[in-house]
Design a protein around this ligand. Structure first.
Ligand SMILES: Nc1ncnc2c1ncn2[C@@H]1O[C@H](COP(=O)(O)OP(=O)(O)OP(=O)(O)O)[C@@H](O)[C@H]1O
Ligand SMILES: [Mg+2]
Length: 352
């Protein structure tokens, strides 16, 4: 790859790296496999993901980010260093890196991420918050004095923001996104069908069969798992209508969070959103029927951004050239700048 500055989406499900010129150049799952006997990391990314549910007992599959929070600092650091090194192979060119971190990250966690990016060879590190990056990556003109609303539904969290003139005016984050849908589907299958299914099967059910709105779609899928009745492997057919209730219950929690943001949005910006609608980004927004469900509940138009999984990484890369126009949600986090900021504030994104 030509030497360029990069944007990183440090996501719960995937770490995606993009450049402003080329778009997405790297994407791997946010997971690593740890050998608990030796303490060494034996696989990361796709290779580790293939081991889920199939690894021997001494191999622990670690997803270092959960519900928008860093749970395992060592693995997070390891993934960042390995992935950035894979993209930026040259030891001579030290890139500027803009990292999109989870909304609920603490100052100390952000500091650890910055250290990892520096260790991976960056000369300057910026932190950008997820809805701002998502809006930039989706091509919205967020510099204008006009309100736009972005709902980024990822794997671990849904981040909602009303943005105007380059900054967040209202925002909220809830730990309900793609992974929570997988969990609720697995629970439903366990309770109603007496069948334990793994997380990858639950995710496949979500993508192939689940739908938020009745009548939009009807599908069926055979799932295999472990029967609680016989204690043996078993299979069941699960159809779309089976999953309406659990899926809608969770989607309502996203609606409630979005509604409370809209309710507190100043009138002129609310009028803009009534005209332009709400933009969905993140992989979780691809849940069938979700845009229609949100539109019905919130009484505004709701559309999915083109290429919703990659908006945040693209936006993080774009933020490197647009940063000077962003009033909040974009911060120089290069250690000497960042440390003085941490000493004076607890919220790294708080306005000056
Ligand atoms: N076609 C699809 N239908 C439903 N869900 C999907 C589809 N494709 C991807 N997803 C879900 O999108 C989620 C991942 O989205 P994304 O990559 O935006 O998350 P992330 O950025 O890693 O997480 P976060 O922003 O919460 O840290 C997963 O839960 C995945 O199952
Ligand atoms: Mg994300």
């Amino acid at each position: 790859m030509k030497q360029q500055d990069i944007g990183i989406d440090l996501g719960t499900t995937s770490i995606i790296i993009a450049t402003e010129q080329q778009g997405v150049v790297f994407a791997q799952p946010t997971i690593g496999a740890l050998d608990t006997r030796s303490g060494s990391i034996v696989a990361v990314g796709e290779k580790a993901l293939r081991m889920v549910g199939r690894a021997p007992s001494h191999i622990e599959l670690v997803r270092p980010l959960r519900d928008g929070v860093i749970q395992d600092h060592r693995m997070t650091n390891e993934l960042i260093v390995r992935y950035v090194n894979e993209v930026c192979r040259s030891r001579l060119y030290k890139p500027r890196v803009s990292v999109c971190v989870p909304a609920a990250i603490t100052g100390i966690e952000a500091d650890a991420v910055v250290e990892s990016v520096i260790a991976a060879g960056a000369r300057q590190v910026y932190l950008v918050d997820e809805p701002v990056a998502a809006a930039l990556g989706a091509g919205l003109d967020i510099r204008a004095p006009r309100g736009c609303m972005v709902v980024d539904i990822g794997g671990g969290s849904t981040d909602i923001a009303v943005i105007s003139m380059g900054g967040r005016v209202r925002a909220a984050s809830v730990p309900v996104a793609g992974n929570a849908f997988d969990t609720c589907i697995a629970q439903y299958v366990q309770e109603k069908c007496n069948l334990a299914i793994g997380p990858l099967t639950a995710e496949a059910l979500k993508k192939k069969v689940a739908c938020c709105t009745r009548s939009e779609f009807e599908g069926v899928m055979e799932v295999r798992g472990h029967s609680w009745e016989t204690n043996l492997p078993a299979r069941r057919l699960i159809c779309t209508s089976d999953l309406y209730a659990p899926v809608q219950e969770l989607a309502r929690r996203i609606v409630d969070a979005a509604r409370s943001v809209l309710e507190s949005t100043p009138p002129e910006l609310a009028a803009d959103i009534a005209r332009t609608g709400v933009l969905l980004t993140g992989g979780g927004s691809l849940l069938r029927g979700l845009p229609a469900f949100l539109a019905g509940e919130l009484h505004v138009d709701v559309a999915i951004a083109p290429d919703p999984l990659n908006c945040v990484a693209r936006g993080a890369a774009i933020s490197l050239s647009e940063g000077k126009f962003l009033s909040a949600g974009f911060r120089d986090a290069t250690p000497k700048v960042w440390r003085s900021r941490l000493r004076s504030k607890s919220d790294p994104f708080a306005g000056d």
